[in-house]
Write a protein that binds this ligand. Structure first.
Ligand code: HEC
Ligand code: HEC
Ligand code: HEC
Ligand code: HEC
Ligand code: HEC
Ligand code: HEC
Ligand code: HEC
Length: 377
């Protein structure tokens, strides 16, 4: 059954989308890339509803406070996970700590930007525009970048996200948001300080960065949203489980097929069926940003055997940061590739990922790991 919220989420994926995406990604911002229909890739068969829990429903799901009594270890461990920190409210003290006092001057256009704190809010001031923009939300955990946005009402009465042209980067500076230097370097006025998004695009930003967003018309109800990607965004049937935990009747990821599992993560990390066949080629560098779409192309995934399952959890624990130790990944590879491989490198001395899963820079200071594991020329 296609619920209204599903339709709305799906609608963003029209023919227009890829063009938008290409524009955005070649610049930098992150656009919605999801399919008009949610189908098993290549089969035309709709996936069962439970495979795609949606965070846009009438009722708020139970929250992580409902899990701590019995899963304290998971809740505590999860506090510092990137998934738990994908969105900061503008009045979070961390926002002022990160942004306030930071300045940037564009050497080409001469434009100046600075974040200042005033009246318990943080504002973006610029030589390009007389009135400042208030920081309402900040997207991103800071592992890559953090991008402030302002939410305004558009002329149609819906909500519009104004994505600032300045982002915070891990070296504790502000500079151009990915993609916007190409798009907005020479623009004046509001277009020179932020990228406006349609109501649907604005909604999609929050759909992928929150646990729950109330079902509304084009106006976002952000006062009630549950920010960050927390427990019940991934674990469905949690209400029944909390009420009758002794039955253990929560959906288990191990019951999903590897493709269902990868596609669930792909709801946000992008599924292969969000792209056309022409786009799913190794020469398309934009794919490095989309781990799930890439991973299912690999022979490791396609040729996997039931006794050695291959999905995202082969290498990641979604309750934690990704490991930064290359030898951690060597061990994962070695679980399936032993000495019979014609690759002459050794798991104890060589880093498998340096050749088969390299990091690719897609913007100054912004690298992603290519999840299309393969032999490279
Ligand atoms: C009253 C205690 C209790 C509460 C509250 C509780 N759980 Fe559980 N949970 C359990 C027990 C006990 C198990 C083990 C059941 C089993 O293995 O059959 C379990 C198992 C699980 C599993 C593992 C299923 C698997 O793959 O083996 C997940 C996931 C889970 N809980 C998530 C949650 C989430 C999310 C919340 C909060 C929304 C929550 N639980 C709240 C007691 C609880
Ligand atoms: C609701 C959307 C959503 C879903 C579902 C989701 N993710 Fe994510 N994931 C994100 C966002 C947003 C980030 C970026 C966090 C940040 O700002 O650094 C992220 C970051 C990550 C990272 C990077 C962690 C790091 O250390 O930088 C990994 C790995 C990851 N996700 C794996 C998974 C896996 C595995 C699943 C499925 C079990 C999954 N994600 C499901 C939205 C999602
Ligand atoms: C289809 C789901 C989806 C949508 C829609 C989406 N994001 Fe994300 N976002 C992600 C995932 C997954 C990550 C982590 C992997 C990555 O960085 O691409 C992420 C990462 C980020 C980051 C961390 C920095 C970075 O570049 O990795 C920022 C900032 C961000 N998103 C902002 C936004 C904004 C603003 C919008 C709306 C214009 C938006 N996102 C829309 C899924 C989404
Ligand atoms: C981004 C998705 C995601 C989020 C958010 C998430 N989990 Fe999980 N969780 C998973 C996946 C996937 C597994 C299965 C892990 C596996 O198969 O190795 C899992 C497994 C579990 C288990 C079973 C034991 C284990 O670790 O394998 C428990 C209990 C659990 N999660 C509780 C929680 C709680 C409590 C929260 C919130 C504090 C939470 N999860 C947040 C994806 C998520
Ligand atoms: C769950 C098991 C599994 C894991 C884990 C795994 N692979 Fe594979 N991989 C396979 C299978 C199966 C094939 C296909 C082999 C065949 O058909 O002979 C394959 C194929 C490959 C190939 C050949 C690709 C091609 O295009 O010909 C490379 C390279 C490779 N794997 C590297 C890696 C690396 C590096 C890692 C760790 C980062 C890894 N694999 C992790 C199962 C796995
Ligand atoms: C064979 C191992 C492997 C598998 C399977 C895997 N990853 Fe990764 N992933 C990595 C490595 C290696 C990194 C880089 C970690 C580092 O150095 O910070 C990474 C990093 C990431 C990041 C952080 C951003 C980036 O690109 O560096 C995200 C997001 C991510 N993975 C998502 C996923 C998702 C979603 C899946 C399932 C579709 C998945 N990964 C499956 C090995 C894997
Ligand atoms: C310096 C780069 C490099 C490193 C490091 C490396 N490989 Fe390779 N790998 C290659 C190349 C090149 C090939 C193509 C086959 C050949 O000529 O050896 C290959 C081929 C493979 C294949 C396919 C073999 C076949 O029979 O088709 C697998 C599987 C593989 N590597 C796994 C690994 C694993 C696991 C590691 C870590 C222990 C690793 N590689 C480390 C470069 C590398």
């Amino acid at each position: 059954m296609c619920s209204d919220s599903r339709m709305r989420y799906a609608e963003v994926g029209t023919g227009r989308r890829w063009r938008q995406y290409a524009v955005a990604a070649s610049g930098l911002s992150i656009m919605m890339v999801c399919a008009a229909l949610i189908l098993v890739p290549g089969s035309g068969v709709p996936l069962p509803d439970h495979v795609f829990p949606l965070n846009s429903a009438q009722e708020a799901p139970v929250s992580e406070e409902n899990c701590v009594a019995c899963h304290e270890n998971h809740v505590v461990r999860f506090e510092t996970a990137p998934h738990h920190n994908t969105l900061l409210a503008g009045d979070d003290p961390l926002v002022a700590e990160l942004l306030s006092g930071k300045t940037f001057t564009d050497t080409v256009s001469g434009a100046e930007f600075q974040y200042v704190q005033r009246n318990e809010s943080v504002w973006l001031e610029s030589s390009r525009r007389s009135s400042p923009l208030r920081v309402d939300w900040v997207f991103g955990s800071g592992h890559h970048a953090r991008t402030p946005v302002t939410v305004v009402e558009n002329p149609g009465g819906g909500s519009s996200v104004l994505q600032h042209v300045m982002s915070w980067y891990p070296d504790d500076v502000i500079q151009w948001t990915l993609g916007q230097i190409e798009e907005r370097r020479d623009l004046a006025g509001i277009d020179g300080v932020a990228q406006p998004h349609t109501a649907q695009e604005s909604r999609s930003c929050f759909l992928c960065h929150t646990t729950w967003l109330p079902e509304t018309d084009d106006r976002l109800d952000l006062a009630r949203t549950i920010p960050n990607v927390t427990c019940t965004r991934c674990h469905t049937q949690a209400e029944a489980h909390v009420a009758h935990a002794e039955n253990g009747d929560i959906q288990r990821w191990s019951d999903l097929t590897p493709l269902e599992s990868v596609n669930r993560c792909g709801q946000c990390h992008r599924r292969a069926d969000h792209f056309t066949a022409d786009e799913l080629v190794t020469s398309n560098e934009l794919l490095v940003r989309f781990a799930s779409a890439s991973l299912v192309q690999t022979s490791c995934f396609v040729n996997q055997q039931p006794e050695s399952r291959f999905d995202c959890m082969t290498c990641h624990d979604p309750h934690e940061r990704a490991s930064a130790n290359p030898f951690f990944y060597n061990q994962r590879c070695s679980g399936c590739h032993q000495s019979e491989s014609s690759c002459s490198f050794s798991a104890t001395t060589d880093e498998c990922i340096s050749c088969h899963m390299p990091k690719v820079q897609i913007h100054e200071g912004l690298k992603f790991t290519d999840h299309w594991i393969r032999i490279r020329e």
